[in-house]
Design a binder for this molecule. Sequence first.
Ligand code: APR
Ligand code: PHB
Length: 390
Amino acid sequence: MRTQVVIIGSGPSGLLLGQLLHRAGIDTVVLERKSRDYVLSRVRAGVLEQGTVGLIEEAGVGARMRREGLVHDGFEIAFAGERHRVAITELTGGRSVMVYGQTEVTRDLMDGRDASGAPTVYEAEDVALHDFDGPSPRVTWRKDGVTHELVCDAIAGCDGYHGVSRASVPAGAIRTFERVYPFGWLGVLADVPPCAPELIYAAHDRGFALCSMRSTTRSRYYVQCPVDERIEDWSDDRFWDELRSRLGPEAAVAVTTGPSIEKSVAPLRSFVAEPMRFGRLFLAGDAAHIVPPTGAKGLNLAASDVRYLSDALIEHVRDGSEAALDRYSARALARVWKAERFSWWMTTMLHRFPEDEGFTARIKRAELDYLFSSRAALASLAENYVGLPY
Ligand code: APR
Ligand code: PHB
């Protein structure tokens, strides 16, 4: 069997790429290790940059997002007992972000793919990449005990941080950069109204906290915790108490508590693999890079990779040119590293690190004081938050 592009992974990267290529008349097959329901059960971040919103629209699956998504033109940072607003729309000349869960984006993309008739193989086992250093790469997998093979022009490795694509590249051809943070995020999803109309990022001596939302009736909250924290040790009551203790009195009293519908601990990591292209294999999204969740750049970076990769593949198929494919890795990485910097900076400024005593504690406090005393500093934060241009 043959197709033009084999896409490994049906997360947001793979599905968005599939839709953009389909609309350009390029055939794809998506191979996914898990079931559709499993992919849709994962709870992830929920803030979309305007560029990501535009791509979802371009992919033809923006209708529900437009109806149900919440447009935000600001967010808050709470520290030293006070709340401060970052007026992102005013600071960026009219840009905003959209609060709409990644799970919903994935569902809309899956529905769009089904409607277009493009094939997805779920529960594909032992996916393996072959010959991507030559002109005719192949991908093999097993399904229900039968081995299958597809020959293609290009492979898109959209299979996340633990995927097979990056792992298939010879060690000498790839260089990785990594920072692991000495804490995690304990997240709770609950069907309660959010405590404020906009997101609140809180820097507190007890650690970071974040008030986010999925809708006007569903809240997503996080508190910084040790990475090896046992979820069993966190009753809902303990979580709500810890959250409120970090928010300051005004936001704390506005928190509506209720039973959690999801509770999990996520580690925080910065990671980049270079380059993002190996012959006819192209990495995109979490397969190539990870950001800590502060600032919600993960999905948005996946989207910008897909913008560059779809443009390159479309140009290649249309003109037979190699030039766009040759540019992909450098173009994508230039934006990736800026988002890595921003996510690292937000994480460092707002979290409590073990070494935050004395000098570093004072520097972090000065950084926050400076931020809210300088329009230039706030504009820089806002410009990154809404997303740098493609
Ligand atoms: N074979 C096939 N599929 C695989 C394999 C494999 N060997 N390994 C992983 N996958 C699948 C995973 O099951 C998952 O559904 O690849 C998909 C990768 O999806 P994501 O992890 O969501 O990565 P990506 O699409 O790049 O999305 C990036 O989503 O995951 C968040 O934090 C991430 O917000 C970021 C964004
Ligand atoms: C979320 O809603 O899950 C979320 C929002 C903003 C962030 C991180 C996560 O910076």
